[in-house]
Design a protein around this ligand. Structure first.
Ligand SMILES: Nc1ncnc2c1ncn2[C@@H]1O[C@H](COP(=O)(O)OP(=O)(O)OP(=O)(O)O)[C@@H](O)[C@H]1O
Ligand code: SF4
Ligand SMILES: [Mg+2]
Length: 365
């Protein structure tokens, strides 16, 4: 885990991670720049057998500034992908519906707009890469043709310009012999190389926001590092903002300035990465940090896990959703009151009723 890479930026980061519960005017008195992405109170529902619609993600709010990198973190099923698909305007395509909230991109409200208007924003505005890049590539076309097709569609380039752009992009993602490899089919590429191709394809349209949903989870550890390095390089070269989705806080530490932690469909903590890692304000965040393997620690401090599992949508407890797993839960308080996402003493946001009473463990160095 290397927090040094983002420490300087994050330490000066006074922008609150979530809009809803922190008044913008309360922030440092400075004039507040317009966010690139403003997600407010987004709730998503899916139909289920026997029950009409069940909420999977509830009142999720966060903002992303131009060029910023922010992580959405949480266990499997916490709602990270559902949230990111809502940002991309793809909720209906996955069988769900937005039951509340709004997504504003570059000052334009996108919620409720027809599908063709969302399509105009995807590509040149925002692009997304996934855990299994091979599934996003068409096996019947060369990788060069697929990148060229994407830029022809979104940027209106000629065939020749699009071919040149596809080679240029493969070079940018450091694929050796890019001109030759552009003529090869996806099956000739390893998992890490396929992810490079996907990054090339998305970045070819010059998006302002890149959403990366577990982009390294399916890769070997050594390849993971090279993809993280590449994402950092791409961000530096292009100034693209990054919404990085992961269940792995150690990976997030490598690349993100800010972190929003999700649990059971809602954001439960949001803070600059350095604050969250060293002074977590929610027992769930602290538990996730304790489960990061760290060489050199005594056996009893290594790899603590959080007992129990995340409740499924439709079975969320009435009070704090983390209460059944929380070692600090207070009966009559935590099990009856659903905690709001409030500003805490560190300046971040926490959905823990006891945040200001507890001294939670962060990363042990
Ligand atoms: N198309 C769908 N229909 C019904 N329920 C869904 C659908 N997509 C997601 N869900 C439910 O929404 C909840 C959140 O899912 P989501 O995929 O966002 O989790 P995640 O945090 O991305 O998890 P993972 O780390 O496993 O990718 C889960 O309970 C999931 O079962
Ligand atoms: S509100 Fe209570 S149960 Fe929930 S995280 Fe805080 S201490 Fe734990
Ligand atoms: Mg997911």
């Amino acid at each position: 885990m290397d927090l040094a890479k983002n420490r300087d930026v994050a330490a000066s980061d006074t922008v609150p991670a979530t809009a809803k519960d922190s008044a913008p005017e309360a922030v440092s008195g400075a004039e507040r720049p317009t966010p690139l992405l403003d997600v407010r109170d987004v709730s998503v529902e899916f139909p289920t057998a026997g029950r009409d619609w069940v909420t999977s993600v509830q009142n999720v709010s966060f903002q992303l500034m131009p060029g910023e990198s922010m992580a959405l973190v949480g266990e499997s099923g916490s709602g990270k992908t559902v949230t990111s698909l809502a940002v991309m305007g793809l909720t209906e395509a996955t069988g769900g519906r937005l039951s509340s909230g709004s997504v504003t991109f570059d000052g334009n409200e996108l919620t409720g707009r027809p599908a063709k208007e969302w399509r105009k924003v995807r590509g040149p505005g925002m692009g997304m890469i996934f855990q299994q890049p091979i599934r996003s590539l068409n096996p019947a076309y060369t990788v060069g043709d697929q990148i060229a097709e994407s830029v022809r569609k979104h940027l209106g380039l000629s065939r020749r310009q699009a071919e040149a752009k596809s080679v240029e992009m493969l070079e940018m993602v450091q694929i050796p012999r890019a001109a030759e490899r552009a003529k090869e089919y996806p099956h000739a590429f390893s998992g890490g190389m396929c992810q490079r191709v996907m990054i090339a394809m998305v970045m070819a349209c010059n998006p302002r926001l890149l959403i990366a949903d577990e982009p390294t989870t399916a890769l070997d550890v050594t390849v993971q590092e090279t993809i993280l390095d590449l994402l950092r390089d791409v961000q530096q070269q292009t100034g693209v903002a990054l919404l990085f989705i992961s269940h792995d806080l150690a990976v997030v530490a490598e690349i993100c300035q800010r972190v929003a932690v999700m649990y059971a469909g809602e954001v439960i903590e949001s803070a600059p990465a350095v604050d969250l890692f060293f002074r977590p304000q929610h027992p769930y965040s602290s538990g996730l940090l304790a489960s990061i393997p760290r060489p050199g620690l005594s056996v009893d401090r290594r790899l603590r896990t959080i007992p129990g599992g995340i409740p499924a949508p439709g079975t969320w407890p009435a009070g704090c959703r983390f209460a059944p797993r929380c070692e600090f839960a207070q009966s009559g308080r935590c099990d009856t009151t659903h905690p709001p996402l409030d500003v805490v003493s560190t300046g971040g946001l926490s959905r823990c009723l006891r945040a200001d009473e507890l001294a939670l463990d962060g990363v042990v160095t």
